[in-house]
Design a protein around this ligand. Structure first.
Ligand code: ZN
Length: 410
């Protein structure tokens, strides 16, 4: 029985026909010999990660693909972003994702990315371990202008509004409680005090003295959004008895993996962008083949291209990744691994946003009932033997293939 599972997620893989691509989707028009080779020895179908006709975000759709029903486990994006930059979270902590932005003398936001600042590490350190009433603030820099903030202690709630207005030429918003729960009232007050203190500390920080001198936009304002309470997640190992690892560049995906107990492997050149090194990701998989039995490999670029409306870029990105997949095809053909390939949702290049359209799914390897599909694509997937499945049931389907699914009844 094969127990190595390679689980590849192309973010935003599915799409709609593009007139300029002869009414094919970017995946259909891409030259993908390796994906097609696996489709040919696999079972194919379509998946909706949450429910039919629901447009999923990347965070909830990944939870669902791993069998964690987001309706039960999802409490906002903050905890995943914080875990993704390496922060330690305890149950009950409230986490946010944030930007360090630029405000003018009147407190109006004039640059949401503080002039595309390279790093906010020094600024994050300046508010790390800050005490506000009985709450400790922890902060850590993400990529560029991004920052993750965690509030520890003090019986807090995530039922509060963002301070980030999500657009320019507006003042920082005052966080308000959603409802009258005293925990929410308290948390909103803490967040507003933190915003004031952080902006004061940032304004006087060495980093900004230098930026002012260099005539760059000052990184003088903290914007918070996506409050989420860290809850208990049963580990992936507990749920499926797989020793799992994650090979990804994007912080969110590493954060989700970390929170459910996967080992996050370091990959040089994994950027979470279209310039990521697909080669290094696959090499990391091969180098660690003996150490784990479940490999979650995430590729973000297809989604990024779609959100820019770049259907040619999406097609080329899929081709670039496909070129590196031949070691996986060999493992599949030698019955040494089962390979699952899908997306977390569709992203339309024409609409430049996520859609509720189903995503192609292939499962290839030993003990899989092979169908007649020999190309990975939206249209061909409709003819596959898997039909149409719910994302929450995918792990159960995999468990069944490898003989782990427990017997129901007698
Ligand atoms: Zn996504």
């Amino acid at each position: 029985m094969v127990h190595k599972i390679i689980f590849i997620v192309f973010d935003g893989l599915g799409d709609r026909p593009i007139p300029q691509l002869n009414n094919l989707t970017p995946l259909e028009s891409a030259n993908t010999p390796n994906l097609d080779a696996m489709a040919a020895v696999g079972i194919n179908g379509l998946i909706h990660t949450i429910e039919r006709s629901i447009r999923p975000g990347s965070d909830v759709s990944h939870l669902s693909l791993f069998g964690y029903d987001p309706r039960k486990y999802y409490r906002g994006r903050g905890p995943f972003e914080a875990a993704g930059v390496g922060m330690q979270l305890n149950e009950g902590d409230i986490a946010f994702r944030g930007n360090v932005a630029t405000i003018d003398d009147k407190g109006i936001i004039i640059d949401r990315r503080a002039g595309r600042i390279d790093s906010v590490e020094g600024l994050a350190q300046s508010i790390n371990n800050l005490k506000i009433d009985d709450v400790t603030v922890n902060a850590k820099a993400g990529i560029g202008h991004r920052i993750a903030v965690v509030l520890h202690g003090g019986d807090l709630s995530d039922e509060i509004t963002d301070t980030d207005p999500h657009h320019l030429e507006s003042k920082i918003l005052i966080s308000t409680p959603l409802g009258e729960n005293p925990k929410s009232v308290k948390t909103a007050k803490i967040v507003n005090k933190l915003t004031k203190k952080a902006n004061d500390i940032f304004s006087h920080h060495q980093v900004n003295k230098k930026r002012k001198y260099d005539k760059l936009p000052e990184a003088n304002c903290l914007l918070l959004r996506g409050a989420g309470k860290m809850t208990h997640f049963p580990s992936f190992k507990e749920k499926y008895d797989f020793n799992a690892c994650c090979i990804a560049g994007g912080g969110l995906y590493k954060g989700i993996a970390k929170i459910i107990g996967m080992t996050v492997l370091k990959v040089s050149g994994a950027t979470g962008k279209t310039n990521t090194s697909a080669k290094n990701k696959i090499r990391t998989l091969i180098d660690n083949l003996d150490k784990f039995d479940f490999f979650f490999i995430h590729f973000k670029g297809a989604d990024t291209c779609s959100e820019d409306g770049d259907y040619i870029g999406k097609k080329q990105y899929i081709e670039k990744v496909d070129q590196e997949l031949s070691p996986i095809v060999k493992l599949v053909y030698r019955n040494q691994a089962i390979c699952v390939v899908t997306g977390d949702h569709s992203t339309s290049c024409r609409l430049k946003s996520h859609t509720a359209d189903e995503v192609p799914l292939l499962v290839a390897g030993a003990d899989v009932r092979v169908d007649d599909v020999s190309k990975m694509g939206e249209r061909s997937a409709q003819r596959g033997g898997l039909g149409h499945i719910d994302g929450r049931h995918l792990m159960r389907f995999i468990d069944n293939i490898v003989g782990k699914e427990p017997l129901y009844g007698n």
